[in-house]
Write a protein that binds this ligand. Structure first.
Ligand code: FE2
Ligand code: FE2
Length: 297
């Protein structure tokens, strides 16, 4: 089966009068006005959506930060723009990022769920959903409103995740979706240190024992496919933001296409470079899922 993994789209809209907004949102709005979110080129969103639509993946996973200030306007913009690739809730999963819970009111009013709740199992996190033959996705949500970009994975969520996997029995291909990375390539350690997941150690320790899994994340606006030394059975995948401007051509915006064929995992990155799309072979593991030996291709 083929997946598309998008993250950190960061639709943004400058509030008409940000100085009427209080607290956290004022901090965010000021950052916006200073140009942070202007680096996210919204005019290219339609191109990204069209590229994903043309790939016709079996399943689309979006790992959070669809918005910037989590205003109703941003959620409406994100939902409308993504409509062509969100036609079938059975073939798309969308989980929140910290920016989608930016303020207490956005979290209290469940703005994320109002726009994207159809693309995840109903009820609370974590959940486990089957997305293809022998393939299941575990969804985690450590996001919370607050003055920092830290996430917190409550102990109860980890305990329920453990119970879900125990009840499910063997899963030939397990994928975990969580906005926050647990481990990052050394070059990005400082970026994560500014906005870590509190409780990542306990989650890593548990995942070390669940066997081979893909860990689909975002949050750090970089791109990687790597096997953390602390969890050798994990392949951590961060597709990077699809809309971030790239003035020096060093960090092209894009997303991942992930092909699962039997035991094999192939990751292709679709990148926007020099005004056009290209598809770059990014990572391959020929025998990653040992319990999934049948080649479906
Ligand atoms: Fe982000
Ligand atoms: Fe984030």
């Amino acid at each position: 089966m083929r997946l598309v993994h998008l993250s950190d789209i960061h639709v943004w809209r400058i509030p008409r009068n940000p100085f009427r907004l209080a607290g956290k949102r004022l901090v965010g709005a000021t950052a916006l006005l200073l140009g942070r979110a202007r680096r996210f080129r919204l005019e290219r969103l339609e191109e990204v959506v069209e590229r994903v639509r043309a790939l016709a993946p079996d399943h689309l996973v979006i790992t959070g930060d669809l918005t910037t200030l989590a205003t109703p306007e941003e959620f409406a913009m994100a939902r409308a723009a993504l409509e062509p690739i969100l036609a079938d809730p059975a073939r798309a999963t969308v989980i929140p990022g910290n920016h989608d819970r930016y303020t207490r009111s956005a979290t209290r009013d469940r703005l994320f769920e109002q726009s994207f709740g159809a693309f995840a199992p109903e009820g609370r996190y974590p959940w486990l959903r089957t997305i293809g033959p022998g393939t299941a996705l575990l969804g985690l949500d450590p996001t919370r409103p607050g003055l920092t970009a830290r996430g917190v994975l409550a102990a109860g969520q980890l305990a329920r995740a453990r119970a879900l996997l125990e009840d499910a029995g063997p899963i030939p291909r397990l994928l975990v979706a969580c906005h926050y990375p647990l481990a990052v390539p050394p070059a990005y350690a400082r970026a994560l240190a500014h906005k870590p997941l509190v409780g990542a150690g306990a989650l890593l320790e548990w995942l070390e024992g669940v066997g081979r899994h893909l860990y689909l994340c975002g949050h750090v606006h970089e791109t990687w496919a790597f096997r953390p030394s602390a969890v050798p059975d994990q392949l951590s995948l961060n597709p990077g933001p699809p809309l971030m401007s790239d003035p020096d051509g060093q960090r092209p915006p894009g997303f991942f296409e992930i092909v699962l064929e039997g035991a094999r995992v192939t990751v292709v990155r679709h990148e926007w470079t020099a005004g056009a799309w290209s598809a770059r072979p990014f990572h391959e593991e020929r025998f990653f899922f040992p319990d999934c030996p049948v080649d479906e291709s």
